[in-house]
Design a protein around this ligand. Structure first.
Ligand code: AMP
Length: 279
């Protein structure tokens, strides 16, 4: 496995792969990799001749008071994990090779960027879409792999690919969870043992709402209350719970008549966690 740090080196390396008619899968990440990320790497390795895992903590998607500085970084461990699960190249670009000091061009979804996570993290999705577009242009993969855990992000990336005609197949991978049901996240390591136990209430709440839905409950408001009640009860602080359309990602109110997903963000201590469940 090779570790490359500049777009030029990556392009030179991948030109050989493309010339040999081999397919390229790409797994964009910010590192601090865990089993959830490895599900993406394994899927890519099973569907492509070569898998590129990108590791880049993208400053553009962090707000001023967010955890950019304390975001965990451990390239050596990440590289070992990726190699074990079938990656061929780690692309860990330097800041200089990704953003010129005079960078002025951005990709944005103006209709959806301010909803849900975007409401509380202004500029976040503009940062995500811009870096993913840059990574797609650097790697030029046949397929790219993203987790359903970041539901709004996955939706916006699919929309960008469709709106801008990127020749990339986007593959979404189910959320990998800890035994308790807590969605795996690089941020889970910021939780104290008690917070980690309590944070399982996010998924418990989602499952309880799902059960009610299976029992014919169709009120978006009632389903939202079930999720927030469960998190409150466990000492978490709900940031938002929304029931959204799977087709448009827009919020749904009243009686549900179309396929919907519950999105949630909550704090346990100072750690912000997100999760979702399709109904
Ligand atoms: P991140 O490094 O957190 O930006 O995540 C990189 C990719 O891994 C994104 O597509 C995430 O949605 C995905 N991912 C992160 N955690 C999980 C998880 N628990 N299950 C599945 N995919 C995940």
């Amino acid at each position: 496995m090779k570790i490359l740090n500049t777009i030029t080196d990556l392009r030179t390396e991948l030109a050989k792969t493309r010339k040999a008619g081999k397919s390229i899968g790409c797994v964009p990440t910010m590192g601090a990799l865990h089993e959830g990320h490895m599900a993406l790497v394994k899927k890519s390795a099973s569907q492509n001749d070569l898998t590129v895992v990108t590791i880049f903590v993208n400053p553009l998607q962090f707000g001023k008071n967010e955890d950019l500085d304390k975001y965990p970084r451990r390239l050596d461990d990440d590289a070992a994990l990726c190699e074990k699960h079938g990656a061929s190249i780690i692309f860990a670009p330097t800041m200089d090779s990704m953003y010129d000091t005079n960078h002025q061009t951005f990709v944005n979804n103006e209709a959806l960027e301010g909803l849900y996570c975007g409401k509380y993290r202004p500029g976040h999705f503009r940062g995500v879409l811009t870096v993913v577009a840059k990574l797609f242009l650097a790697v030029q993969p046949d397929a790219a792999y993203f987790g359903r855990k970041d539901y709004q992000q996955a939706f916006l990336i699919k929309k960008m690919v469709s709106d801008l005609n990127f020749p990339v197949k986007v593959v979404l991978i189910p959320t990998s969870r800890e035994k308790s049901g807590l969605a795996r996240s690089s941020r889970n390591e910021f939780l104290s043992p008690t917070e980690r136990t309590n944070a399982a209430s996010i998924y418990e709440g989602l499952c309880a709402a799902h059960e009610e839905y299976e029992d014919e409950e169709r009120s978006a408001e009632i389903l939202r209350t079930i999720v927030s009640g469960c998190i409150d009860h466990a000492g978490g602080k709900v940031q938002y719970v929304e029931v959204v359309s799977q087709k448009t990602l827009l919020p749904l109110q009243g009686e549900l008549t179309e396929k919907a997903t519950i999105l949630v963000a909550a704090h346990f201590g100072t750690t912000r966690l997100i999760d979702n469940l399709e109904l």
